[in-house]
Design a protein around this ligand. Structure first.
Ligand code: HPA
Length: 233
């Protein structure tokens, strides 16, 4: 059964889905990394594909930006299509001087300034965490490849452009980097009892104001992709 945002038929989406924010990146991944990729969605140009990687059936689909957008797509993937492993891949902005440009960040946890968890009526502050199993696999893949990586807490922010330097308060709590989606993804996965993980490359630094040039972005992106594909169960 199709959803308002996804026209895939049951069975067309694999149990493991890689989730870049940008749908054109999903297309690129399907073309470059997957064998026999078949497109399953183009509603709102939120492209999704299923193919194989080293014999594993894997899908890749864009999520759009921010918690509301990934909240919708991941909810449908989990509840309407039976997806069990959701691996977000994306870029992030470093909040720490020692988290360098191009490094891989694995989000063991996601903090947030979003109100996404309000729906659960929790009597306190929720700590959104990654699947330890996926994280462990990702760490082993990065070790094997010899890629630089750090594991820690990220900030899933509603704000890309901030009126005040409020990110510095999060940095004091040891948050490694800012991105915009993992908190909602981790909440949806936790609520449904499935696995999620966010893996990022540092594309800019809130500390120094640096921005990665496009050619370097591509290298960082390829390393992260290899880690994500090897992480897929
Ligand atoms: N903030 C939020 N999301 C991001 C950033 C950032 O600085 N860089 C890449 N994604």
């Amino acid at each position: 059964m199709a959803t308002p945002h996804n026209t895939a038929q049951p069975g067309e989406i694999a149990k493991t889905v890689l989730l870049p924010g940008d749908p054109l990146r999903a297309k690129f991944i399907a073309e470059q990394f997957l064998t026999d990729a078949v497109q399953f969605n183009c509603v709102r140009n939120m492209f999704g594909y299923t193919g194989t990687y080293e014999g594993k059936r894997i899908s890749v689909m864009g999520t759009g930006m921010g918690c509301p957008s990934i909240g919708i797509y991941s909810h449908e993937l989990i509840h309407m299509y039976g997806v069990e492993n959701l691996i977000r891949i994306g870029s992030c902005g470093s909040m720490q001087a020692d988290v360098k440009m191009g490094a891989i960040v694995m989000a063991i946890g996601a903090s947030t300034d979003s109100n996404y968890a309000h729906q659960y009526q929790l009597p306190g502050t929720y700590c959104a965490t990654a699947s330890y199993e996926l994280l462990h696999h990702a760490q082993m893949a990065a070790e094997e490849k010899g890629y630089d990586y750090v594991v820690g807490n990220v900030l899933s922010s509603d704000l890309f452009y901030m009126e005040t330097p409020e990110w510095k308060q999060w940095a004091k709590m040891g948050i490694l980097a800012a991105e915009m989606e993992s908190f909602a993804l981790y909440c949806n996965a936790a609520r449904a009892g499935v696995r999620a993980l966010g893996i990022f490359t540092v594309s800019d630094s809130l500390v120094t104001g640096e921005e990665m040039p496009p050619e370097e972005r591509q290298i960082g992106f390829t390393n992260m992709m290899e880690v994500a594909l090897k992480t897929a169960p």
